[in-house]
Structures are given as C-alpha cells and as structure tokens.
Write a protein that binds this ligand. Structure first.
Ligand SMILES: [Zn+2]
Ligand SMILES: [Zn+2]
Length: 274
C-alpha cells in the first residue's frame, strides 16, 4: 500500500482547476492503489461561486467511466462547507449519494466568509481565531455525519494579519474540547499539507495539535494535499507522513463507502521512498 492523497479538488470545485483525468494519470504513474476526490459542497456560503453544487448524478457517472478506462479504483469523497443553520440540508444531501468519504470543514461563520475576508471585520486576530474555534466546536458537538474534520486550524490561512501564526497555548482549552468531542463521537481529523505551500509554512493542524490529539487517544487521521491543481497532487504527503511518525502515529486511515480502513506507517519503505 502506498500512501495516497485524501483531499483533492478538481475543476468541478469552483476554485479548482485540476483535471480529473490528470490526477488519475498521475496516481497511476506513482503506482498508487486508488485515487480519492473531495470536491466542495458548501452549505450556507455567502460566496456566490460556491452556492452552486455539482450535478452529482453526472459526476458519479463520469468517475465510473474514468475508473473503467484507466483501471484504477476511484473513491468519491466530498468536502462539506458546514454552516450550523444548514444541518438538515447537509444530512439530506449526504443521504442522497453514495460517497466513500466525507470531510467537514468550516469555511465561514456568523454569515461571514473567511476567503472574502468579511469574517475578520471588527475583530482583532485573537478574537477572529477564537471565534473560528468556537464555530468549529459547535460543529463537532452538533453534527456527526462526517468522517474527518478538515484542516483543523486553517483560520491562519486568511485574515489581514501581518503574522498569521498562532500560539497553541492560547487556544489549548478550546482545541481540547474540539478534539475530545471528535474522539468521543468516533470521528477523526486530517493532516492537511496545503499550509506548507502557503505563507504560514506549516501543516493544518500544527504539530502541537497532532500531539495532543494522539495523547487524548485520537487514532483516526487521514492525510491530504488539498490540491486544487494537478501539479499539487500528493504534495507534502511524504513530509506529512514523516511528521505523523515523529508524533507517534502508527497508522493512517482512509475511507471506502464510509468505512474506515487503516494503513500501517511501520511497513518497510514503499517504492515512493517512504
Ligand atoms: Zn477546505
Ligand atoms: Zn479542500
């Protein structure tokens, strides 16, 4: 088993440009055993590009055809953009399609968007980050129809702040509540490697959060690049695996038809060199 990439956006995502077939060919070239896609389905967003959802009947059909053409299994996941007033709509949506894997992410809150920047208006850095974690806590306490929480501390990607870095200790208490709830509900987190390609130059979440998650008994963790372009497919997976090993994780997870499967991190090196 070679470690595959479990967070991938194609040009079916409003902000993605990666061609589905391009990813499939890249995965085959790398000798991966399967490909996973997790395009966006945002609920309650104020960003008009994200209000329109994919035609999933056509999407599943297209994936099936590519799977047969290239003879490599394709796992169809989705990245939900969660909003607390849309729980029922999200549940209905997830009930309609046979997804393999569901990431639930916070991309906005209080009717304001991170990407568009209005979330940060009238808040200083500490208030913005704290509010983000409060919104995330509300999600894990009241919504359980997902497999892993997306990019747990990625609020640092946005915001008009000169130094986007955050001190883990300042938010330890609320992060503990979030992690404990995720574990209690039998859910997981992901290690999202996109941050190492960005200004913050760190993983989402950062090492201290991963250490704490493990210390609290967290075992379910997937890994993904959050690639939006073919060129970023599998980026940072090697570094992410090394980080997970250094924190003491023995296995990583992936999902097939919403059932968790584990891959050992202790097997001898794969042909990819790690
Ligand atoms: Zn996201
Ligand atoms: Zn994403």
């Amino acid at each position: 088993m070679k470690y595959t990439d479990h967070h991938v956006h194609t040009n079916y995502s409003p902000d993605g440009e990666g061609k589905v077939e391009g990813y499939v060919l890249k995965a085959k070239e790398m000798g991966l055993e399967f490909v996973t896609f997790t395009d966006h389905a945002d609920f309650g967003t104020k960003d008009k590009d994200f209000m329109v959802h994919i035609d999933y009947d056509k999407y599943f059909h297209m994936m099936k055809e590519l799977e047969e053409k290239h003879n490599i299994p394709i796992k169809i996941g989705v990245e939900i953009g969660y909003e607390k007033n849309q729980k029922e709509e999200i549940r209905d949506f997830l009930g309609k399609y046979p997804f393999d894997f569901v990431i639930s992410s916070i991309h906005y809150g209080d009717g304001r968007d991170f990407y568009l920047g209005d979330f940060f208006h009238g808040k200083n850095q500490n208030q913005s980050y704290m509010r983000y974690f409060e919104i995330l806590l509300e999600m894990v306490e009241n919504f359980h129809e997902y497999d892993v929480v997306g990019h747990l501390d990625y609020i640092t990607r946005y915001g008009p702040f000169e130094n986007k870095y955050y001190e883990y200790e300042k938010y330890k208490e609320i992060i503990d509540k979030i992690l404990k709830k995720i574990i209690e509900k039998g859910k997981g987190i992901e290690l999202n490697t996109s941050g190492i390609r960005e200004e913050i130059n760190d993983f989402y979440p950062k090492k201290q959060v991963l250490e704490r998650y493990r210390e609290l008994g967290g075992k379910t963790i997937t890994i993904g690049s959050d690639s939006h372009r073919n060129i970023d497919y599998h980026a940072g997976i090697k570094e992410g695996i090394a980080l997970l090993k250094s924190v003491g994780f023995k296995e990583i997870s992936y999902f097939h038809k919403r059932i968790e499967k584990k891959i050992s991190l202790n097997t001898k090196q794969t042909s990819l060199g790690y």
